[in-house]
Design a protein around this ligand. Structure first.
Ligand code: PMP
Ligand code: GLU
Length: 397
């Protein structure tokens, strides 16, 4: 059967593929340490699970409005006001099957052939494919470790052309953990507002932020920027709810309407039970979340120290998310058992095969001088995984 060109152009999500490979090896009895996937290792808090059980018992098992129940959209409106200083109406909120789905919808309704979408690199893996699926062209703008992997106003300005339609901002960032400050966002926002370029602001790691840093939504900086921005967020990371598949977008009314209309012909409403659970997640106790963030903070500090103690690796302190993105370029051109290492992909393959440590090579994020380690795993596993990495790297010369 012939596949459409659209399908032929898609590469599978590398983060999910590496996770699947690591899990398969584990199921085969191999002792793999998985620093691959970005998924909280904590269980969904009990109050959220209980809300879902009650929803089932009460028969809340039918279709809901396509963009989500009134209750959930109102809870999201309240959250955006309280945490982000943003004023939306429920009609501006579209709930989808995860933030990945929200992003898919927004690229579909904003972008078309001939449009350019600026992706600061390192970028999260799915942006690239979703931009292409929308028929638009990704414009990858490398950022530098020395700038904290953040796009500078100069770099943004040089990347903008007459075709630039959207810029993606992801703060805190996957994979670098970079957190843009208010003034950094202001500087970028002024340029984008003056040129009327739309912004997709992926804020899924908002809650996972350390060292007293402040999460700022670029949409909150001026009424003009709010009109140009689609805020993307969700419950996967903040509430350890990856499997429940709830994400959302907050957008100007015509964009929200277009996203809901598109969704009405694809998935319809997101899961009704997960929506009830999400209301509890947003309105219930924040205690489990605080504990989770404290634990991530502890792991980040520990893993960062271990990484920077390995000769030839260097990693700046990330302000958010649950990833480290160390530079490994000093290993490029060196040999392991006679095999030459050309980039982080080779190193990642070696680490998986020889040391049984899964991680994601930077090429997946547009930078193969680095690799991504997820510290969403226990201290014991971090210790063991880092011992293995250190050992294997010491055998490279
Ligand atoms: N954005 C970023 C930056 C991510 O890392 C992820 C990965 N989970 C998502 C969006 C999508 O999250 P989900 O679909 O699980 O809500
Ligand atoms: N976003 C997570 C990651 O980057 C989960 C996997 C995915 O959705 O791609 O690992």
């Amino acid at each position: 059967m012939r596949l459409a060109e659209r399908a032929l152009g898609i590469s599978p999500s590398p983060t999910l593929s590496i996770d699947a490979k690591a899990k398969k090896m584990m199921a085969e009895g191999l002792d793999v340490i998985n620093f691959g996937v970005g998924e909280p290792d904590f269980d969904t808090p009990d109050n959220i699970k209980q809300a879902a059980i009650e929803a089932i018992n009460k028969g809340m098992t039918k279709y809901t409005p396509v963009p989500g129940t009134d209750k959930l959209r109102e809870a999201i409106v309240k959250k955006l006001k309280k945490d982000n200083g943003l004023d939306y109406q429920p009609s501006q909120i579209v709930v989808s099957a995860g933030a990945k789905h929200s992003l898919y919808n927004v690229f579909q309704v904003l972008c078309q052939s001939g449009d350019e979408v600026i992706l600061p690199a390192p970028y999260w893996v799915s942006y690239l494919e979703q931009v292409k699926l929308a028929g638009a062209s990704p414009v990858i703008v490398p950022t530098r470790a020395s700038e904290g992997f953040k796009l500078t106003p100069g770099e943004l300005e040089s990347a903008i052309t007459g075709k630039t339609r959207v810029v993606v901002i992801n703060s805190p960032s996957n994979p670098t953990g970079a957190v843009y400050s208010r003034s950094e966002l202001k500087a970028l926002g002024e340029i984008l507002e003056s040129k009327g370029i739309a912004i997709i602001s992926d804020e899924i790691y908002e809650e996972l932020i350390y060292d007293g840093l402040e999460h700022v939504s670029i949409a909150s900086l001026s009424p003009g920027l709010k009109e140009l921005t689609v805020v993307i967020n969700g419950l996967s990371k903040s509430h350890a709810m990856t499997g429940w598949r709830i994400g959302y977008a907050a957008a100007p009314v015509p964009v929200a309407k277009a996203m809901a209309d598109l969704q009405s012909h694809s998935t319809s409403n997101p899961n009704s039970i997960a929506q009830v659970a999400s209301v509890e997640a947003l309105e219930g106790t924040r205690e489990p979340l605080r504990n989770m963030v404290n634990e991530f903070n502890r792991r980040r500090d520990f893993m960062l120290e271990r990484v920077n103690a390995v000769p030839g690796l260097s990693c700046a302190k990330p302000g958010g998310a649950f990833y480290l993105f160390p530079d490994m370029s000093s290993y490029i051109g060196k040999l392991y058992n006679g095999k030459r290492i050309e980039g982080a992909s080779d190193l990642a393959a070696l680490l998986l095969e020889e040391a049984r440590v899964a991680l994601v090579p930077g090429v997946a994020f547009g930078d193969d001088h680095c690799f991504r380690l997820s510290y969403a795993t226990s201290m014991e596993k971090i210790t063991e995984g880092m011992n293995r990495i250190e050992r294997l790297l010491s055998e490279i010369s």
